[in-house]
Ligand binder design. Sequence first.
Ligand code: FES
Ligand code: FES
Length: 211
Amino acid sequence: MDDFHEAAAMSRRELLIAGAASTAVVGGTAAPAAHAATPELPSATLTLTVNGTPRTLAVDHRTSLLDLLREHLQLTGTKKGCDHGQCGACTVLLDGRRINSCLTLAVMHEGAQVTTIEGLGSPEKLHPLQAAFVRHDGYQCGYCTPGQVCSAVGALDELQRGVPSHVTADLTARPLLSADELRERLSGNLCRCGAYSNIIDAVGEVAGVKP
Ligand code: FES
Ligand code: FES
């Protein structure tokens, strides 16, 4: 081998050694250094009153109200259907108004009052809407039912407060207690079992409307 080719072979060997060494650093000492630099997840301590009981918890800022209820407080009556605000399975009452709990962050609700299906009634003393669902056979698998009942509680309260809906003919008058109003107001709650006609019968009975 002449001088030129010997020098080229040497530098190729050095290059390979240097490459192997840097790979070892990435796989060894460099990786823990990068891990150590990972910032702490932002978290906050908040207090909410859930079903009448004050609860103080430390949560990651990204925790939805739904996950706080189900994962942190083990209140699994509230269901996760789509986790995207499309099915209503996660409906709870927040300061008396219905809300899709999957679409809101828990940290936004310091000091709020949350009512879930567990807080509406008990097996011994059902809420009138829960009792009506039983009487009218308003559920099959029951997955959507907690959200349907919480939504119906909120919808009847909206009607009482005179809040108009998409089908209210006169926005300046008190909305009529009609089957159309009930159907429209509950249309955000989907039921995969298709128990809709019995659900509307149950809510109609409590509202005093003949669907
Ligand atoms: S789980 Fe919240 S709307 Fe479907
Ligand atoms: S009763 Fe099964 S999803 Fe509604």
